[in-house]
Design a protein around this ligand. Structure first.
Ligand code: AMP
Ligand code: ZN
Length: 471
């Protein structure tokens, strides 16, 4: 399997550290508000990657944090803690906000068929681990105290800007606004590991530490939670492209300084979902959520399908028109599969199965080309082979695509069956006509037939009995 690695900026053969096993870490949500559908694009793409690895026979262990402390309004360690902002907005405690939006996040994920990672760990559960790693970084000379906070000293590294050679498009997406100057920092790029002094004294969650009562910086949580559950060497680290700098850059700096060796081999970054008027943002008032899509009549899986139609390394523009096109295409696939399900299945044709399966795996093994994988699905639908072959392939493809194709096609067919049922008025006239015929009252039977025709239905006598169809 070939995968683009942001660290080397090349598409590379993916080789896990331990044969047959993959350790995978995902930056989880900051749970101060609903996830927007841009956030969820990242989680959908990561879900496809995880499922593809499993599909290839690898044993994956995936870990995700929940950011419930330390993520400030600007990624450059300034501004108010986002969680506190959320709590103030809703007049609740930080923990109430965290619980509510964590549940909302996993409910959105369930609707989008995003598998819950094997381990989900909130940052607030790991304070001891953070203190241990920060203490070690101070001991090793990689961190210093200034103005009450503990900072990582980036000048101690041979190379800090590991993702810096992004092409321009990536860099544009990778920068967040609102950087204020922090006079305590020895170097511009230094970042906070532990806060005891903040302009925002009302920070709700604080813990005792060797450096005073305070709270952790955002970046340290991902390093520590990953190491806690996945050990000293990590195969794949995922996240949206905005996280490459500073968040992932800082994760690498502190993890490798602590460990004394390379930490993570492959970095998987997803480009952003944008709207026509720019970046998607939670601070913009009403923003796009799964709930909003549902209110407007879209199934969450239509959004998943929409995301799969484009490559994760390209920015994607959201518009209702684009979503409508995805909805039409998704429903057409379901209708075609429903028709195939209704045909006599026959036997699986092994040679055709292998050929069509290869089209699918080739697409995904080439840096997760999901749009080509969807083309491989269309190839199956139009292939000259048995329904059994097609249905078996569709079930296999859906282990990675997770679009509920088989189940939703069946639902569609049963809905159509229900639509084909006669309206009560017509059914009553048909029953009366049958009774009239039984009594050999043909004049009444003809009269009733005319009434049925006037209501838009044709009635015929066939060898199987009376057949009523829509005109
Ligand atoms: P956050 O909840 O802000 O910590 O972000 C959760 C995930 O969503 C991270 O992996 C971000 O990099 C990612 N993300 C943020 N904005 C977007 C976007 N517009 N499109 C895709 N991914 C995004
Ligand atoms: Zn992270």
């Amino acid at each position: 399997m070939r995968l683009y690695n942001s660290l080397t900026k090349r598409v590379e053969e993916f080789i896990p550290i331990e044969e047959g096993r993959v350790s995978m870490y995902t930056c989880g949500p900051t749970v101060y508000h609903f996830a927007h559908i841009g956030n969820l694009r990242s989680y959908i793409c990561e879900d496809v990657l995880e499922k593809l690895l499993r599909f290839s026979g690898l044993d994956v262990k995936r870990v995700m944090n929940i950011t419930d402390v330390g993520h400030l309004s600007s990624d450059a360690d300034t501004g108010e803690d986002k969680m506190l902002k959320g709590a103030k907005r809703e007049h609740k405690t930080v923990m109430e906000i965290a619980r509510y939006y964590t549940d909302a996040f996993f409910s959105d994920c369930a609707k989008l068929n995003i598998k819950t990672p094997d381990v989900v760990e909130p940052a607030t559960h790991c304070i001891d681990e953070f203190i241990k790693v920060i203490s070690s970084l101070i001991e090793k000379g990689y961190a210093y105290e200034a103005g009450g906070n503990i900072y990582f000293d980036t000048s101690k590294l041979k190379e800090y800007y590991v993702f810096h050679n992004f092409n321009e498009e990536d860099l544009e997406d990778g920068v967040r606004e609102g950087v204020e100057k922090d006079e305590n920092k020895k170097n511009k790029a230094d970042f906070v590991l532990w806060f005891t002094k903040s302009k925002f004294d009302d920070q709700e969650l604080k813990w005792d530490s060797p450096w005073g009562v305070g709270y952790p910086g955002w970046h340290i949580e991902c390093s520590c939670i990953s190491m806690k559950h996945l050990g000293e060497r990590l195969d794949i680290h995922c996240g949206g492209i905005d996280n490459a700098f500073p968040h992932h850059t800082n994760e690498i700096a502190q993890s490798e300084a602590f460990l004394g060796h390379k930490w993570c081999n492959y970095w998987f970054h997803i480009l952003h979902l944008n709207t026509n008027d720019g970046k998607m943002s939670k601070s913009k008032g009403e923003f796009l959520t799964v709930k909003l899509l549902e209110e407007k009549g879209y199934d969450a899986l239509v959004y998943r399908f929409f995301c799969l139609l484009s490559h994760y390394r390209k920015s994607l523009v959201f518009s209702w028109e684009n979503l409508d096109n995805a909805k039409t295409a998704y429903n057409k696939i379901l209708a075609r599969v429903a028709a195939i399900q209704g045909e006599p299945a026959g036997e699986v044709d092994k040679a055709m199965y292998d050929k069509l399966m290869k089209g699918f795996t080739d697409a995904l093994d080439n840096d997760i080309n999901t749009s080509n994988a969807i083309t491989a699905l269309y190839d199956v639908l139009k292939a000259d082979t048995t329904p059994a072959t097609k249905l078996a392939l569709i079930d296999e493809f859906d282990k990675v695509l997770s679009l509920d194709i088989t189940a939703n096609a069946k639902k569609l067919a049963s809905q159509q069956g229900a639509d084909d049922e006669l309206p009560a008025e017509v059914a009553e006239l048909v029953a009366q006509r049958a009774a009239a015929r039984k009594e050999k009252n043909f004049a009444l039977a003809d009269e009733l037939r005319d009434k049925i025709t006037a209501l838009g239905y044709r009635i015929e006598e066939t060898r199987q009995g009376t057949k009523v169809t829509k005109l």
